[in-house]
Design a binder for this molecule. Structure first.
Ligand SMILES: *Cc1c(COP(=O)(O)O)cnc(C)c1O
Length: 427
């Protein structure tokens, strides 16, 4: 275990001893310290080359790319799914790259939420990312039920964290489905997925997770844990680019289910081009595809996933925890107490946190702006959180040290006071 100190030399030493740096393979925006890879990961050379490759295939092969591309576009979604399955502890056919996160959530909740008798409710939580809650509300309405009554949002005692035992207590015989996020987007709390899954199954309840804030930086073992389904986006820790194709996982125990939102790309591939009016869903996660794959939005993933696998997900996790531990240590030492008054709103136990740290401060919005003018890119989440996400693949320990110095200077000089309290459209 490394003994941290607050001096700059400690950061230099940590960087020197770091054997996992893929920084040279990424394009780091000029003069910036980029700490926002939890919202949009950066572009890598590998991702860029794969986009270029697909553009060239389109240029030279036209429609021929569907079968002659490398890999053929017709199998691209399944092929990327098989690659990604290695990050989440699944079989190759249990994962597919398709659609968008919210769209996939609709499709899977539509499939797995089958209210009957007393079992009409979905259990989620009040700290969930809004889009997930919107999707659950509309799925409940589509089945003819009432979100006001049938959507249970497990409460948080302090607005930061959830207590898994309290969630389990809400798994009553009226609950048909549990749908939660692996990591809470504000506090960065990592839920105990195996425990929640086991307790749901003990009560005969289906359970699915949105792992947008954990895949690519935390190892998962979906099969071993017995999770029923999962969705995740690919533009955060997976560095797939803005709006890149998302992923879904369906446990093989459910391959015989009929997808709620059928489309021709979910058909058994060998017979898709028979163009029969009878839908014959593939017996794999691929059955939940709807449309022609967005090849250009999937292409960066080929390169981006290769980097993540090359680095190794366990190694990435280890470095991520060391980075967030170092950051929290520096905040405790340098920025807690008067006049700084930063508070850490992220679990201290490594097993209970994802990969970002929530710094709470009543002037969070304006301090974030002051950081931006110094070339630091974190993000702000209302009401009072600065999210700082060191990326194991490309952030340096020295950058973390530097940001803490900047925060100290920004408060010392009251530099943040010159900024407006108005928020921008995207933050
Ligand atoms: C990032 C994120 C999403 C993104 O949804 P899109 O459909 O890609 O816009 C959804 N849910 C959670 C929990 C996320 O963190």
């Amino acid at each position: 275990m490394v003994q941290f100190t607050t001096d700059e030399e400690c950061a230099r030493t940590l960087d020197r001893n770091d054997s996992l740096s893929f920084r040279d393979r990424f394009f780091i925006p000029a003069s910036t310290i980029y700490l926002n890879g939890n919202s949009l990961g950066l572009q890598s050379q590998d991702a860029r080359q794969c986009v270029q490759k697909v553009l060239d295939e389109w240029k030279t092969l036209g429609i021929g790319g569907w079968l002659e591309g490398d890999p053929p576009w017709f199998y691209y979604a399944e092929s990327l799914g098989a690659t990604a399955s290695r990050l989440v502890g699944a079989l190759p056919q249990e994962v597919v790259a398709t659609g968008t996160t919210t769209g996939n959530l609709h499709s899977l909740v539509g499939t797995f939420y089958t209210p009957h008798g007393r079992k009409t409710k979905i259990l989620a939580d009040e700290l969930d990312f809004p889009t997930d809650v919107y999707a659950l509300q509309s799925q409940i309405e589509l089945k003819g039920f009432n979100p006001e009554r049938d959507l249970i949002l497990a409460p948080s005692r302090d607005g930061r964290f959830l207590d898994e035992h309290a969630i389990v207590e809400l798994m009553t015989d009226e609950v048909a489905l549990v749908c939660l996020s692996s990591v809470l987007y504000r506090s960065g709390q990592l839920l105990d997925i195996p425990y929640l899954t086991e307790e749901a199954h003990n009560r005969g309840i289906t359970i699915g997770f949105d792992c947008s804030h954990s895949v690519g930086v935390v190892p998962h073992s979906f099969d071993e844990w017995g999770v029923d389904f999962a969705v995740w986006c690919s533009y955060k820790y997976l560095n797939g680019g803005p709006g890149s194709t998302a992923f879904l996982y369906v446990n093989r125990a459910h391959f015989q289910r009929k997808p709620a939102l059928s489309g021709w790309f979910g058909n058994v591939k060998e017979r898709q081009f028979d163009l029969s009016l009878e839908f014959e869903p593939a017996s794999s996660a691929g059955g939940w595809q709807i449309s022609s794959p967005s090849i250009l939005s999937a292409a960066p993933l080929e390169g981006a996933l290769a980097i993540t696998l090359e680095a190794g997900i366990e190694t990435i996790r280890e470095k991520s925890l060391l980075m967030t531990s170092y950051l929290m240590y520096l905040v405790d030492e340098v920025l807690s107490g008067d006049p700084y008054n930063f508070n850490i709103g992220t679990p201290r136990e490594p097993s209970r946190r994802g990969a970002h740290v929530a710094l709470e401060h009543e002037e969070a919005l304006r301090i974030c702006e002051a950081l931006r003018t110094r070339g630091v890119i974190p993000d702000f989440r209302p009401p009072n959180i600065i999210r700082v996400a060191p990326m194991p693949l490309y952030t340096t320990y020295h950058e973390i040290w530097q940001v803490v110095q900047y925060l100290k200077e920004i408060v010392d000089s009251r530099e943040y006071e010159q900024f407006s309290t108005e928020r921008k459209a995207v933050s």
